[in-house]
Design a binder for this molecule. Structure first.
Ligand SMILES: *Cc1c(COP(=O)(O)O)cnc(C)c1O
Ligand code: SF4
Length: 348
């Protein structure tokens, strides 16, 4: 297996981009870090100009085009960061971000201004201050480790954090958000899985966007976690040219459920800078979600959510099937799109 690629020069040397594009893409990489793991690089067909894996990880000159609605803080996290490494936007749960490093740099990342070599890792003192923030607030019921990818931490450091959270009485749930089980599945080894062990509920949410990402190695990594009693959920980002068709989303969600991963969220792509070429419209997203309902197992239906700019929070934006009118009462649309009065009209 080849080694991880962390520069445009390495992308060109490995044949993933043509030498002609190297110069222009150096400018993109100067703005947003580039990285792809061997597992993901091996999935790319360099002969396919529309390859859905390449679109997610290989830099594109269009990233330098900034649309007026795009923002360096697309979901307004910064205003909710009371101490370094913590984002506290909802009363009962916080994000804890011990690191800014990812194994890949997704070109659509909503945190692209904060992750990468320009970001800052929490020092031991800063981590302790973040934990103190949690300790001092009994309303914090859940701690969500994200980043950066928390599974890039050493098993020893992960274990320390899990144990520290385990010892805080009011914390009931420890949740990890990670892309490692997909992009570098062998890192999810026995030692890492052991580090996650707690008496409290530990959930792992896996980020996956295309059915091709669900490799045999990813499946094995998932099995190592579920065998240890860790429930798995997934989050996916709706991306133009990657998964914005019903067949691809169906294959993705079925593939996840078949490896014991419950699709949790389908995110509408955030307004991160330089990502317009990867975004769909809300209307298209709703049509896709509607196409799945009724035709595909309910287990395969994540919530379609939008994180509102300005820190207003995450909200479901999927189709609504029930409408109320003062005159006729409730009308509910069935999965075929036919409307029905509810309760059914009584006969005269
Ligand atoms: C997404 C998010 C969460 C987690 O939200 P859930 O709906 O519980 O998955 C928590 N805090 C912040 C700041 C978030 O952006
Ligand atoms: S793994 Fe997550 S945080 Fe890291 S670059 Fe991709 S989307 Fe961003």
């Amino acid at each position: 297996m080849t080694k991880a690629i962390r520069s445009v020069a390495e992308l060109a040397a490995s044949g993933l981009i043509s030498p002609a594009r190297e110069a222009e893409l150096v400018a993109v990489a100067a703005r947003y870090d580039v990285a792809i793991t061997p597992t993901m690089a091996a999935l790319i067909d360099p002969a396919d100009p529309a390859d859905p894996i390449a679109r997610q990880f290989l830099p594109d000159i269009r990233e330098l085009d900034i649309a007026p609605e795009e923002n360096v803080d697309p979901i307004g996290d910064h205003a909710f960061s009371p101490v370094k490494g913590i984002v506290h936007r909802y009363p009962d749960r916080v994000l804890l971000k011990p690191s800014h490093v990812c194994p890949v740099y997704c070109r659509f990342c909503f945190r692209r201004e904060d992750v990468g070599s320009g970001g800052e890792m929490l020092t031991a003192d800063e981590l302790e201050a973040a934990l103190d923030y949690i300790r001092a607030r009994p309303e914090i019921w859940e701690v969500i480790l994200t980043g950066g990818d928390p599974f890039l931490l050493s098993a020893r450091r992960l274990k320390e954090i899990v144990q520290a959270l385990e010892a805080i009485p009011h914390v009931a749930v420890i949740r990890f958000h990670t892309r490692i089980p997909i992009v570098d599945p062998d890192l999810v080894d026995a030692e890492l899985v052991d580090a996650l062990a707690a008496e409290k509920a530990v959930y792992v949410v896996i980020h996956a966007n295309h059915p091709r990402e669900l490799t045999a190695a990813a499946r094995a990594a998932a099995l190592r976690m579920t065998s240890a009693g860790i429930p798995l959920l997934s989050q996916s980002v709706l991306l133009k040219g990657v998964n914005d068709d019903a067949a691809t989303l169906t294959a993705l969600f079925r593939g996840l459920v078949a490896m014991r991963v419950k699709p949790y969220y389908l995110h509408h792509a955030d307004l991160a800078q330089g990502t317009a070429h990867l975004r769909t419209g809300l209307a298209e997203g709703r049509e896709l979600v509607r196409a799945l309902r009724g035709r595909v197992s309910g287990l395969c239906q994540p919530d379609y959510v939008l994180d509102l700019p300005g820190g207003h929070g995450k909200v479901p934006v999927g189709p609504s099937y029930a409408n109320f009118s003062g005159k006729t009462g409730w009308t509910v649309e069935d999965p075929q799109g036919i409307e029905h009065a509810y309760p059914p009209q009584s006969r005269p």
